[in-house]
Design a protein around this ligand. Structure first.
Ligand SMILES: Nc1nc2c(ncn2[C@@H]2O[C@H](COP(=O)(O)OP(=O)(O)O)[C@@H](O)[C@H]2O)c(=O)[nH]1
Ligand SMILES: [Mg+2]
Ligand SMILES: [Zn+2]
Length: 358
């Protein structure tokens, strides 16, 4: 009897594909963009590690032969690459990011909350039920565009819906730049349908409201890490929070996957470019308005309103665009005022200290 060893052999390489097994760092998402930022010497003295888990009192980091817990570092977030300072881990340097997803923190003090760094693809998840909301999807897409992360809309619970096409059509109408996938998040479907974005070395994140299937999708991709998912009541489509901390699951031979807790609100801040990318047609038109600061409400010579009147642009879409622009302007300006205030206060404190030293 001859044995079949074929399954132990690697499949033949396709043209342009390297046969080399990715290193541990590469599997964690390491790539030339980060390597370029450091010297060989630094690489040896302060080895790169990636933040894979965020807790109140610190971070879990992974590297080549490193799996450790370090104190929190200001302004670092899950997905960040650090140069690990072994003596003083809390002083480790954060490498420049390829991308960062952020929002305005909930509450009244309008600060920025970092959601994740160095994500390649953001799967924006909604289910084919009452959760589906074009305005909400647009919000996430604008944030992804601004962060320079590629958004993909994932519509879950196709199995519970009689007419998923209706949701797919509405999602496809949002932007030509955003692919749409509809699936049952349980079982094998996600592995196949999301494979294109989940190659080794890639980092993907699931974003969206609670109960839409983010943890179920993470489970499906990882082939059963048994991440807690929770039953949802059919009548009101409301899920409860089950994911408390953000965790990047590094799947050997596959991608790294970030599951996030459902965000009750995704408030925009500093996403002018993201909004312009998403509503590129409206943005383009607005450059032809008579007034530079046209708000496209009732101003004379407004090219946007003219296009709406001519039936070229949907009025509801115009309204959603205006709402996002106004929100972004408001949050961004108050953030700048705050920064200016903090700066002034810092200066005052330094001067008082100086006087005290005299
Ligand atoms: N039938 C069906 N149930 C799903 C699907 N996706 C998620 N669920 C269920 O919806 C509930 C909430 O899912 P979960 O992954 O915890 O949502 P998360 O809050 O976004 O992480 C769980 O009971 C899942 O089993 C799907 O595509 N089809
Ligand atoms: Mg979850
Ligand atoms: Zn206008």
């Amino acid at each position: 009897m001859t044995r079949d060893y074929s399954k132990f052999l690697r499949p033949p390489a396709k043209a342009g594909e390297s046969t080399r097994t990715p290193t541990i760092l590469e599997q964690l998402g390491w790539r030339p963009f980060f390597a370029q930022q450091i010297s060989t010497e630094e690489m040896e003295q302060t080895p790169p590690v990636r933040i894979v888990e965020v807790h109140r009192n610190g971070f879990n980091v992974l590297g080549n032969g490193i799996d450790t817990f370090i104190p929190p570092i200001l302004d670092a977030t899950v997905g960040d690459w650090l140069l690990l300072d072994r003596e003083a881990p809390g002083d480790s340097r954060v490498l420049e990011r390829k991308s960062v997803i952020k929002r305005r923190a909930p509450g009244s003090d309008r600060t920025i909350q970092l959601i994740a760094a160095n994500i390649d693809t953001a799967f924006i998840v909604s289910s084919c039920n009452q959760d589906f909301n074009v305005a909400r999807l647009e919000r996430y897409i604008a944030v992804a565009f601004e962060a320079e992360v590629s958004p993909v809309i994932v519509l879950t619970k196709s199995d519970l819906c009689e007419t998923p096409e209706q949701f797919v059509d509405a999602a496809r109408g949002i932007s030509d730049l955003v692919p749409v996938v509809v699936l049952d998040a349980r079982g094998d479907e996600p592995q196949q349908r999301l494979a294109e974005w989940c190659k080794p070395g890639q980092t993907v994140a699931f974003l969206g409201s609670s109960g839409v299937g983010k943890s179920t999708l993470t489970n499906a991709l990882s082939g059963n890490l048994s991440i807690e998912t929770q039953a949802i009541r059919e009548d009101d489509a409301k899920g409860r929070h089950t994911t408390t901390s953000r965790k990047l699951h590094v799947l050997p031979g596959r991608c790294a996957v970030l599951d996030t807790p459902g965000m009750r609100e995704l408030q925009l801040t500093d996403v002018e470019t993201g909004i312009a990318n998403l509503f590129s047609d409206l943005h383009e038109l607005s450059t032809q308005c008579r007034f530079n600061d046209c708000r496209h409400e009732s101003e004379p010579g407004c090219a946007v309103l003219q296009a709406v009147e001519a039936g070229e642009i949907e009025n509801l879409r115009l309204r959603r665009w205006r709402k996002l622009l106004a929100e972004d302007r408001f949050n961004t300006s108050s953030l700048e005022q705050r920064k200016a205030k903090d700066k002034a206060l810092g200066k005052l404190i330094r001067e008082v200290k100086k006087q005290g030293q005299r």
